[in-house]
Each structure stands twice: as C-alpha cells, then as structure tokens.
Design a protein around this ligand. Structure first.
Ligand code: ATP
Ligand code: MG
Length: 439
C-alpha cells in the first residue's frame, strides 16, 4: 500500500537563495509559474480508490509538484553540474542534454556544466575518460541527431569511486539520464554522498524506450519508438500481401512490457496477432497461435505478427546468460516461432512465405519526433528546477498532466507493464481480432 511517506522527496537543506528565474516570470503573487510546497498531485485517480483509503486529505498519498521554486538551494554563480547518460539508447537523449544545458545557462546562470562520457564508467577516474565542457554552443544542434553525444555504457561501477570523482571535480549536482539500472545506481551514489555528509544533489530523467518504469507517466522517446515500429509493421503488411501464404513477423522492443508492440499495432491496424510478455500464449491447441495463424492465412491470404522480444519466454529454454549490468539475456523467441511456424505449415501442406523484420536498433537510434522533443525539453527543465532547489535522490515524471518529482526508491521498487485486464490490451484485441485467450 502506497503511503504519503513513500512519496516524500529528500532535500539537501533549506532554500535560501532567490531564484534568478524571477527575471523571466511575473512577480505577481498570483502567478502560476512558481510551484508552491503545498501544491501536490493525487496518487489515486478515482473517487473509489481515494474513498477506500479512509484517510483525511492531508494524509492521502500525493506527489510533489515539479517546477520552479521562488527560493532555491544552490547559488547559481557558484554551482557546477555534471550530466551522464547510461544504459541503452533511446530517442530524445540529446534533447534532454541540450535542454539541461540551456536551462542551467540561460535561465539560472549556471556556467559550469560538464558531461561525463560513456555512462557511469566514464565517472570513474581510473577509466580515463575526460569530461566534456557543455556550453550552449556545444549543444546547439545536438537534438537533430539520435543517440547521445556523451556516449553510454552498461556494467557495475563503484559508487565510492564515482563520489570521489564528483568531489575532485567540485560538482554540486549530478543529473542522470538512464533506465531502471541507472536509477538504482544513482540511489547508491546518493547514499554514498549522504554517508560522507556532502551536499551534492542527484536528480534523474528516467529513460526507458519500453515505457516500463512505473509512476512517471509515459517515458520520453516512447512515442517516437512506437511510431518507428509501426512503419515496420506497415512494411511487413505490404510484403506479406504480395506473397503466397505470407506471414510477417515484426520483432519490437519490450523485454518485460509490451507497450511498443501494443501502440505500434494500434497505430495502423495492420497486425493480426500481438504477442507481449504480459500475456502467455500456447502454440498448439484449439486457441494456440499455430492453428489460429494457419486459419487467418487461409482466410485472408496473409498475416502479420507483432512480437515483443520478451514474449513467450516460457516456451523456450531459459538463457542463463546476463549482460554487463546483470540483466538476463532473453531467449530468441523470434527464431523459435519462425522455426515452429515453418514446420507447422509444412505439416499442413499449406504454402508459406515468411518475412522477418527486426527494426530494434533502427528504432533506438532515431532522433526524437516533434512531440517527444517537446517532452524531453520540458522534463529536462523540471529536473533542473528540482536540482537547483536542493532536491535529491529523485526523478521527474508526468502524472495527470502535471510534472512531478518522485523519489528514486519509489520508481525502482516496481515496474510498469501492460495489464491483461486493462483497456489498452482490450483495444489491441479489438484491433487484431485475436482471441482473449490464446492457450
Ligand atoms: P536500459 O535497461 O533502459 O537500457 P538501464 O539504466 O537499466 O537502461 P543498465 O545497463 O541496467 O541500463 O544500467 C546502467 C548502469 O547503471 C550500469 O552501468 C550500472 O553501473 C548501473 N546499474 C545497473 N543496475 C544497477 C543496480 N541494480 N544497482 C546499482 N547500479 C546499477
Ligand atoms: Mg534496464
């Protein structure tokens, strides 16, 4: 059960410096630019959920509002900020870096912003990566490119060595753009900072192309990613319609959450089957994938399967391998399905032309679309506001059309996935006409 205490963001101390943003925003008491400390966003979104708690209003779980404060913790002229990107690539990383630098320079007057290269590995001095001075000129056009100008990496790093480097470089704020692992890493760095009694803030901009980090609303880059995946589904549809017994398999990202598969399939209604990690399916049996697929192809001439990479893992032998960060390597569900479908159609003496599409890396590396660019820029600004006001051990997110500050332990304590009983999955079933249960 979530409580108000779970949502309390840690701060480094009282805010005693007047925000230089006053130059830009109206000083009227009634203006809505500054966020007040009593402005909080409800965690529950229905009357039923709130009523069930039986709590007075001021004890209900609520998020802290993200945004600029009238008074801040750090004196901009004496503040140095570090930025790092970690984990896999995702559209919009450069937009976030750019907006962080511009917000710090232009609005707060923070002149000293450095970028660490190649993720947390680049923060460990012994690895020999020099820092990059991030100026408005340096970041001016980086949003036009995909990837991250700072580079990234996986693999465990020692928080003690990382904090040593922060101290050596005299850094006051570390902004981390990365996924669930990076946020766990950020929390560990924050604990090391706390144990040394230092006033260094850590604020994260959560990155997940799969949209699987909970409590932050939709993640940046997700909408660019599923739009790109939808293009591959469209291409698959064209290919299989031209073939005899055409079956297209489009493998998209989604290790534990099938959001990209669902949204990409819904974007153009060209999918016949959507297979995601959250919904188990069988191959044989009346409602298994193979007989349903054979029927669909014989009735309509072709079929397209949208396959999230983490789907159907229970059907294939487990892969014991892990990547450098300790994440399990997934079994090759696409290869397995291609093999099984080939054998099944042969057994039925049914003609088959299979086409396989794997747009994974092409999706990760594209620049953000216009909507994601806007979102990245705004998330970055909210992260800077939070950091300058002394918030730490937190990430930014967007709930109920409001930006929020969320403690890192809260977002790393669970994950976000497609509910098989929810309205998104229902929309997918309606769009594909695949049965509720494929078992
Ligand atoms: P994504 O999975 O979206 O690509 P991620 O941030 O989860 O992004 P990881 O490779 O898991 O990617 O982690 C990135 C960095 O975070 C690693 O270099 C590692 O130093 C650190 N990290 C990962 N997992 C943990 C953990 N459980 N505890 C502390 N640090 C971690
Ligand atoms: Mg991860």
């Amino acid at each position: 059960m979530v409580t108000l205490a779970d949502l309390q963001v840690r701060t480094l101390g009282p805010c005693t410096v007047s925000s230089p943003l006053a130059m830009y925003v109206s000083e009227r008491e009634t203006n809505e630019y500054y966020v007040g400390e009593t402005d909080r966003i409800l965690y529950d979104d229905t009357v039923e959920l709130i009523t069930a708690r039986g709590l007075p209003l001021d004890e209900l779980p609520t998020f802290e509002a993200g945004g600029p404060r009238r008074s801040i913790f750090f004196d901009p002229a004496a503040t140095k900020v570090g930025v790092v990107t970690c984990g896999g690539l995702c559209p919009g990383l450069n937009d976030v870096i750019r907006a962080i630098v511009l917000e710090l320079h232009t609005h707060y007057g923070v002149r000293d912003v450095v970028g660490f290269q190649h993720g947390y590995a680049g923060m460990v001095e012994a690895n020999g990566h020099p820092v990059v001075q991030l100026t408005p000129e340096y970041v001016a056009r980086i949003n036009e490119r995909g990837g991250t100008i700072l580079g990234s990496s996986r693999g465990a790093q020692d928080p003690v060595a990382i904090v040593d480097r922060l101290v050596e470089l005299d850094i006051d704020i570390l902004l981390v753009i990365g996924g669930d692992g990076s946020m766990r890493g950020a929390h560990n760095i924050g604990r090391e900072i706390e144990s040394r009694g230092l006033s260094i803030g850590i604020v994260g901009v959560p990155k997940t192309i799969d949209n699987d980090i909970p409590h932050i609303g939709q993640s940046f880059g997700f909408s660019t990613a599923f739009a790109k995946a939808a293009e591959s589904i469209k291409a698959a549809r064209v290919e299989v319609e031209a073939a005899v017994g055409g079956v297209g398999i489009v493998k998209v990202m989604g290790r534990h959450a099938g959001f990209i598969a669902c949204y990409a399939a819904l974007a153009n209604h060209d999918a016949d089957f959507v297979l995601i990690p959250e919904v188990e399916f069988s191959l044989d049996g009346e409602n298994g994938l193979l007989p349903l697929l054979a029927r669909r192809v014989s009735e309509r001439g072709s079929a397209v399967i949208v396959l999230a990479e983490g789907a159907g893992q229970d059907l294939i032998p487990a892969d014991d391998r892990t990547d450098a960060s300790g994440n399990a390597v997934l079994g090759d569900i696409a290869g397995f399905l291609r093999d099984q479908i080939g054998k099944d159609f042969a057994n039925r003496s049914q003609p088959l032309t299979m086409r396989y599409f794997n747009p994974g890396y092409a999706i990760r590396s594209v620049p953000a679309d216009a909507s994601d660019s806007v979102y990245c820029a705004r998330l970055a600004q909210i992260a800077v506001h939070a950091a300058m006001s002394g918030r730490t051990d937190m990430v930014v997110g967007r709930r109920r059309h409001r930006f929020v500050n969320v403690p890192i332990p809260f977002v790393t304590s669970g994950s976000h996935s497609v509910s098989p009983d929810g309205d998104l999955w229902l929309s997918v079933l309606e769009s594909t006409a695949q049965p509720f249960s494929m078992r």
